[in-house]
Ligand binder design. Sequence first.
Ligand SMILES: [Zn+2]
Length: 398
Amino acid sequence: MAHEEAAAAGPSKLVVRNIGLMLSGDLATPILDADALVAIDGRISAIGRAADLDLSGATTVIDANGVTLAPGLIDSHVHPVAGDWTPRQNQLGWIDSCLHGGVTTMISAGEVHTPGRPRDVVGVKAMAIYAQRCFSSFRASGVKVHAGAPVIEPGLEEKDFAELAQAGIRYLGEVGLGGVKDGPTARKMVAWARKYGINSTIHTGGPSIPGSGLIDKDIVLEADTDVIGHINGGHTALPDDQIRCLCEQCKRGLELVHNGNERAALVTLRAAKELNQLDRVILGTDAPAGSGVQPLGILRMISLLASLGEVPAEIAVCFATGNTARMRALDCGLIEVGRAADFVFLDRAQHSAGRTLLESVALGDLPGVGMTVIDGIVRSQRSRNTPPATRVPSVVTG
Ligand SMILES: [Zn+2]
C-alpha cells in the first residue's frame, strides 16, 4: 500500500532494459526510439538507449526480454463502490482482474451502485468525499482509482462545488444519472465544477438500467462537460447523425466504452478521424455495469478500433493512455520524464497470426500482458486473464 512504500528507506531506482518496442502514449510520436528506461522513486527519470543511460545502482532491474512497454492503461469510466467489491454483480476482485488486463488507473464516473446512495445535497457531498478518501488510502492491487465522483442533484450551489474541490474531489460523476437531467441546470453546475478544477462527464444516449434516462445531443452540447461520456451509448447509442453532430459541434472528449454500442464507437472514431481530432478519443469500460465487468475491456477496445476502425495499433494505445491523461489531468499515461512510472508489458499472444505485437492487434487479436508496474513497483506478472504472451519480462534483481 502507498503509505508503506512511502515509509521505505532510501530512494528506489527501477531500471527496465531490453525493451523491444516502446510505445509513448503520445499521438505525435507514438513509438519512441529507445530500449531502456529508468525510474527514481516511482517517476520516470530517463528514457533512451541502454548504452546512453546510467543504469547503475538499481534497486530493481526488469529484463523486458524484447517485449513492448506501454504506459499503464487508463480506464476513463468505472463505477467503483467499496474497495475491490462491486455490488452490481456482487463480485470480488474486479479491480485486480482489470490490472491483469493492463489497467493501472481508473476514473470513477460516479459511485452510483452504492446501495441506498443518498440523493440530497449533504448526502451527495458526504458520499463523494468518503469514496475519495477510501480509494486514495486503499489501493486494490496497487491500481489508482480516482473515486469520489459526485452525481449532480438539484439544489447543489456554487459553494458546494468549492467545498468539494477543497476536499480533494477532482471528477464529477456522469451528469444525468442523478436528478439533474435538463441542459440549463447541468450547464450551470458543470461550469461551477470547472471553475473549481473539477473535470466532468455526462451519460450520453438511452437509459442504461431502469431508473436512468435518455440524454440526447442537445443536452450534451448544452451541459458542455469536459468529456462526452460513452458517446457510443451505455449501452443504447444515439442515432448516427446525433453522434456526428456531437463530434462536429464541440471540442470535448469523445469517450468510447466497452459496455457500449460497438458500431456507434466506430461511427465516432470515423468522424474524429475525418475531423483530424483523434486527440479527443479516450477509452473506458463503463464497468461494473449491467453488462458486467470486463477485465480485458480496454485491451478489447484497442483491438476493436485498431482492426475495424483502421487506426494503427500504436495510435489506438494512445486513446487509452496519453489522450486520457491529458484530458483528465493525470500525471501518468505517457512515457515521458517526470511522469508516474506506470507501465504495462505486452507481447503478441501465443499463436497469433500477427508476427509482431502491433500486427496482432491490427488483426483484432488481444495482446498478452506479461507484467504491470505502478509507481515503479511490479504489481503483477504473467496475466491470468489475457491470452498468454509469447515472451514475458522478468525481474532480474530487486
Ligand atoms: Zn452512463
